[in-house]
Design a protein around this ligand. Sequence first.
Ligand code: NAP
Length: 264
Amino acid sequence: MDADKVIEMQSVTTPTRTHVPRVLILGGTSEASELATHLAARSDVTVISSLAGRVSQPKLPAGIVRVGGFGGVAGLMSYLVGENIGVVIDATHPFASKISGNAELACNTLSLPLIALERPPWEPNEHDCWCTVPDAQAAASMVNHQRNRVFLSIGRQELGAFSNCEDAWFLVRAIDAPSETLPANSKLILKRGPFHLNDELQMLRSEFISLIVSKNSGGTATYSKIEAARALQIPVVMIDRPRKHNVPTVPQSDDVLQKLAQLL
Ligand code: NAP
C-alpha cells in the first residue's frame, strides 16, 4: 500500500490520551498484537500499531492502528516527528528486514529509543533433516528436480524465486493469492495459521510431499509443519534469516515491556 493511502483506525474503547508518551509498534506479527493489547489497556501510554498492509483482511491490533508504508526512512522520520512518537518498538517479522533497517536509521537520526523484538529462530534437533540455505533463490535451485513434491510454505513475497521451476511439483500455501507467477506444476492453498500438527501431518501425507521449503520464522504459529516433517522424516530446506539491523534485540514481549518501563 502506498504511503499516501494510509488508513488510520482507532478503537472507540481506546481514546487518544494527551500528555502521555506515544509508542509506535511496527507490527504484523502475533507478538506485536500481544504488545498492543497490553499497552492499549494502560493509561500511561498511547499505543499506535503500524501494519504494512500486505494482507487483505488483517487481524487489527488493539488501540490505534495505521496501515501502509511510510515512504522510506524520510517518510518514517516525518511520521515519528509529526505524531510526536516517544518510543518505537520494532516487533516486525524476522524476515522483514527493510522496515527494521529504516527504523534503525530513523531512530538513530532522531535520537529516539528503539526496542527491537526478535523471536528466536527454530533449531533442528537430532531427528530433523534440515539443509539451511541463505535465500529463496538458493532454495529454488536446490529443490527443482523431477519427482520432488515440495511443500512451499514461505508466504507470498518470495514466491517469484520459484516461478521458473518447471521440474518439481509444488504445494504452495499463502494467506492471500500471490501476485507472482506460480511454478508450472503447482497447487495453491490459501490459509492463515496457526496450523495444527494433525492437519499438517494429514496434508503432507495426502499430497505425498517429499520436501518442505520454509523460512526460519521461529515462533509457534507455523512450527507444526516442522514437527510434522520430523515425524514423517521429510527433509526441510530452511531459509536462513536476513540481517535486519544492528540493534540489540530481545526475544520476548515481556522483555520489551521491561525495557519500555525503564524508558518511560
Ligand atoms: P519489509 O520488506 O521489511 O518492508 C518493505 C516495506 O514495507 C518497508 O520499506 C515499508 O515501506 C513497508 N513496511 C513493512 N512493514 C511495515 C509496517 N509494520 N508498517 C508500515 N510499513 C511497513 O517488510 P515485509 O517483509 O514486506 O513485511 C511486511 C509486513 O508483514 C511487516 O509488518 C512484517 O512484520 C509482516 N510479516 C512479514 C513476513 C515475512 O516473511 N516477510 C511474515 C509475516 C509477517 P516504506 O518504506 O514505504 O515505509
